[in-house]
Design a protein around this ligand. Structure first.
Ligand code: FES
Length: 212
């Protein structure tokens, strides 16, 4: 692998054995974007803080025994990244299986069917049969004001809405409560989301659990 530094703060790195220049300090997911290597993601968004909680963006790194979340990994010299290895594929299929554990299989009647990031990725990484048989979490619908209705049983807890509301809307009204399999997104106070930018969460949501 070639490792060269450039005076303009660029770094020469290897992704799938392809050498590209990226800005020093870029994360692996950003570098892969520049190299044209597609990485599936749910929680990552260019304009939001990194949460690293969906684990869909796993990549293989030379000399590392386990795949790593590329959105939370800064690119360092000596890293060789593989986005299309058998290990990565297997890990992403397993993550997808876990994400779909509690998600209803109602794409034919879902308003976002055909435009849903989860549906798209489940075609690529999902299986036609499940290995887990127990009841799905079933949370009720809620309203977050005049613009936003939520269908919590479709939520995959990517927390984009939480980070957007905090970072762009300047409000801490939305958050995650409980832990593990009982986690859920909600408003801390039973009131409407009043920020003038609140409608943006509808655009950000990867699974249409909130819409107007
Ligand atoms: S996109 Fe990296 S962990 Fe979700």
């Amino acid at each position: 692998m070639q490792k060269l530094y450039h005076s303009s703060g660029m770094i020469f790195i290897s992704i799938n054995d392809l050498s590209v220049w990226v800005k020093k300090g870029s994360t692996v997911i950003q570098a892969c974007q520049i190299a044209g290597a597609k990485i599936p993601r749910f929680c990552y968004h260019d304009k939001l803080f990194v949460a690293g909680n969906c684990r869909m963006c796993l990549v293989e790194i030379s000399n590392s025994p386990k795949p790593q979340a590329s959105c939370a990994l800064p690119f360092l010299p000596n890293l060789r990244i593989f986005t299309n290895s058998a290990l990565v594929r297997k890990a992403q299929e397993f993550v997808m299986e876990l994400i779909l554990l509690h998600h209803p299989l109602d794409c034919p009647v879902c308003d976002q069917g055909g435009e849903c990031e989860l549906q798209e990725q489940s075609f690529n990484y999902g299986s036609d049969r499940g290995r887990f048989f127990f009841f799905k979490n079933s949370l009720g619908d809620t309203f977050w004001g005049g613009l936003i209705k939520t269908v919590l049983r479709r939520c995959i807890l990517c927390t984009r809405c939480v980070r957007y509301t905090h970072q762009i809307g300047g409000s801490d009204a939305v958050g995650t409560s409980n832990r593990g399999g009982h986690s859920e997104i909600g408003m801390f106070k039973e009131s409407a989301l009043k920020s003038e930018t609140s409608g943006g969460v509808i655009e950000l949501c990867p699974v249409s659990w909130c819409y107007s």
